[in-house]
Design a protein around this ligand. Structure first.
Ligand SMILES: NC(=O)c1ccc[n+]([C@@H]2O[C@H](COP(=O)([O-])OP(=O)(O)OC[C@H]3O[C@@H](n4cnc5c(N)ncnc54)[C@H](OP(=O)(O)O)[C@@H]3O)[C@@H](O)[C@H]2O)c1
Length: 216
């Protein structure tokens, strides 16, 4: 697949690198320095390049949205038309000072994003794990027990694309339902961040959902 990265920071830079290493064609975009985008592309793989958000969107099978909530409108404007495209978002609707969710309870960032781009297929994925764990999960991807990763959206085709990308990175995709599940998933992400950044065991944290079977 051709994947455009909109936001090449802590999480977008790592996800883009791993998508490229998994064999996808990746265009890194949206950082404050072009040099950084070029370095990311150079270090990721042969099939990665640096460009503008419009370059990233052009011909993309999927776009990864990985910017602070306050930058969403700007990066979408720079990307141009995203009609008919799959947008995988890991962006959380954090307040400007990052102290809490700016949208919650009766709405979610995922739903608010879908209202901004009504002709795109929005799926939320990758936002529920810290970026620090991604390389480790990818390195362990051939092990039997993979960590879970929830994803949710209203668009079946877009969800299929997201599930494939989740699998490619070494996670076991768990379909959590429609976009409004973001109302529960986004606060859950703050719990994960609390454990990752305030807990004693560090940020290389992933989770596994199990449905244990009764012994016969
Ligand atoms: N980091 C995580 O572990 C994690 C986990 C789950 C969800 N998320 C969510 O993912 C999103 C991205 O988080 P992040 O930690 O990756 O943030 P980040 O490191 O700050 O990355 C944001 C990207 O946007 C770029 N940017 C910001 N302002 C810009 C501007 N005015 N012009 C051009 N580029 C600009 C940054 O450029 P520079 O590279 O030059 O700074 C960076 O590449 C957030 O919504 C966050 O809530 C993050």
């Amino acid at each position: 697949m051709r994947i455009g990265i909109l936001g090449s920071g802590l999480i977008g830079g790592k996800l883009g690198t791993l998508f490229a290493r998994a064999g996808h064609e990746v265009v890194f975009s949206y950082a404050r320095s072009e040099r950084k985008l070029k370095r990311l592309a150079r270090e990721a793989a042969m099939n990665a390049s640096a460009g503008t958000p419009a370059d990233a969107a052009r011909g993309a099978d999927a776009l990864l949205l990985a910017v602070h909530w306050s930058r969403v409108d700007d990066v979408l404007k720079q990307a141009g038309s995203v009609a008919g495209k799959v947008i995988v978002t890991c962006s959380l609707p954090m307040s400007l000072d990052d102290t809490g969710l700016a949208i919650a309870r009766t709405d979610s960032g995922a739903e608010a994003l879908a209202r901004k781009v009504p002709r795109a297929g929005v799926v939320a994925a990758f936002g529920t794990v810290p970026s620090e764990v991604l390389y480790r999960v990818f390195a362990n991807r051939h092990r039997a027990a993979r960590p879970s990763l929830i994803y949710y959206g209203d668009h079946a085709g877009a969800k299929k694309v997201a599930a494939r990308l989740i699998r490619d990175l070494g996670f076991d995709p768990v379909d959590a339902g429609p976009l409004r599940i973001g109302r529960y998933a986004e606060p859950f992400t703050l719990l994960i961040a609390q454990l990752a950044y305030e807990g004693h065991r560090g940020p290389e944290l992933a989770y596994r959902l199990e449905w244990p079977r009764r012994k016969r």
